[in-house]
Ligand binder design. Structure first.
Ligand code: MRU
Length: 367
């Protein structure tokens, strides 16, 4: 995707061929700040402190973290310790485990002196693959949007209204995004698309990241408070909801940013399609019941009690919202049961959110 006409990915290698560069997403939307990662500890910090966020980007950053680790020390023990460090950063997005396990499985059987080169090569391949998977999600999702638009246009609509929650655009992946890829593809095809952007408290991924990238892409959008979606649905202002996911179970339950479940309930009550865009590595074939089995990250209560923004002098400041002494709780994700999901949009096509639906697209995992 482009920023001011310049093509960007969310992560790339510096000219030295070994340093990993990322956009520090905690500085968005107000500053585009690039950070260099030279050690696995720095990669782990970038994931834990949310300089990078979004399941696919977390997975690829972890893969590069393993390459940085191999560069420092490529023995079995060092790689296993690096893997444990990366795995300890964030518990919910399954792409983290996928990226780390994948790199360990590749590197450990190799002689130590071949590991660094192999690690960088594979991390680069995973980054390219993520971009390709997301672009395919975009193509499949855009077909659904085109059908929806045809219907809405016949009813006299002037634009196709899509609601999204959190950040599942290119900033959450290597490129294109998951939930936003169909939006970008539909816009390319000339569909007059408008996105309602949930601000997504407490970390405001919608207001800060989704709005920022839609703004860069010139896609019409409107930021709304997280509580506005149900009302807009009741008044015919939303034609479809599309979100990303941090982990989807083999039975089609969708774990995503906190508040997603409430949007799915409201969409169900209003007969509005609720879609989820996801690449294969976000499916956790080892779990079935998302509510019972997926660990939900509990983040700092300070993310609820405080908020950061730009003041009138242009300085980014943090202020306290709540009274001293009030407790706050901050579960970062929730699970939307498969029965509330109209369809899953993957790189292999669109399927029902069910064991059979997913098994049809990924027969190699069906057993
Ligand atoms: O906690 P974050 O910012 O990493 O959470 C991001 C989300 O929940 C995204 O919506 C999700 O990862 C989908 S990724 C395309």
């Amino acid at each position: 995707m482009k920023i001011d006409g310049i093509p960007y990915r969310t992560l790339w290698l510096a000219k030295d061929g070994v340093t990993v560069e990322i956009i520090d997403q905690t500085r968005l939307p107000h500053h585009l700040h690039v950070v260099s990662l030279t050690t696995v500890e720095e990669a782990a910090r970038a994931i834990k402190d949310m300089w990078v966020r979004g399941a696919p980007l977390i997975g690829v950053t972890a893969a590069y973290g393993m390459a940085l680790a191999a560069r420092a020390e490529s023995g079995d023990e060092a790689l296993k310790q690096a893997a444990a460090l990366l795995m300890s950063t964030r518990p919910t997005a399954v792409n983290l485990r996928w990226g780390v396990d994948h790199m360990l499985a590749l590197l450990l059987p190799l002689p130590a002196d071949q590991r660094v080169e192999a690690a960088y090569k594979e991390a680069a391949r995973l980054a390219d693959e993520d971009s390709d998977l997301c672009e395919s999600i975009g193509s499949h999702g855009a077909k659904l949007f085109a059908e929806l638009w045809k219907k809405r246009q016949a009813e006299g609509a002037k634009r196709l209204n899509i609601l999204t929650h959190c950040n599942a655009g290119w900033l959450a992946t290597i490129d294109w995004g998951t939930a936003l890829a169909p939006v970008y593809k539909a816009a390319e095809q000339g569909i007059p698309i408008h996105v309602w952007v949930d601000e997504t408290r407490p970390r405001n991924q919608g207001a800060a990241l989704t709005a920022r990238e839609l703004n860069w892409a010139g896609i019409p959008h409107t930021v709304i408070s997280d509580n506005a979606g149900g009302h807009l649905m009741q008044h015919g202002e939303i034609d479809a909801v599309i979100v990303g996911t941090d982990r989807t179970t083999a039975d089609g339950d969708v774990c995503n940013k906190i508040g997603t479940y409430l949007k799915a309930l409201a969409a169900h009550d209003n007969n509005i399609p609720f879609y989820v865009g996801l690449p294969g590595p976000t499916i956790d074939w080892t779990v079935r019941d998302g509510v019972k089995e997926i660990p939900i990250e509990e983040r700092s209560s300070r993310e609820v009690t405080h908020i950061a923004g730009r003041d009138e002098a242009g300085q980014v400041v943090t202020v306290q919202l709540t009274p001293d002494g009030s407790a706050a709780s901050n579960p970062a994700f929730d699970v939307t049961p498969a029965r509330l999901v109209t369809a899953l949009i993957t790189e292999r096509g669109v399927c029902a959110a069910s064991r059979d639906g997913l098994a049809g697209l990924y027969p190699e995992h069906a057993k």
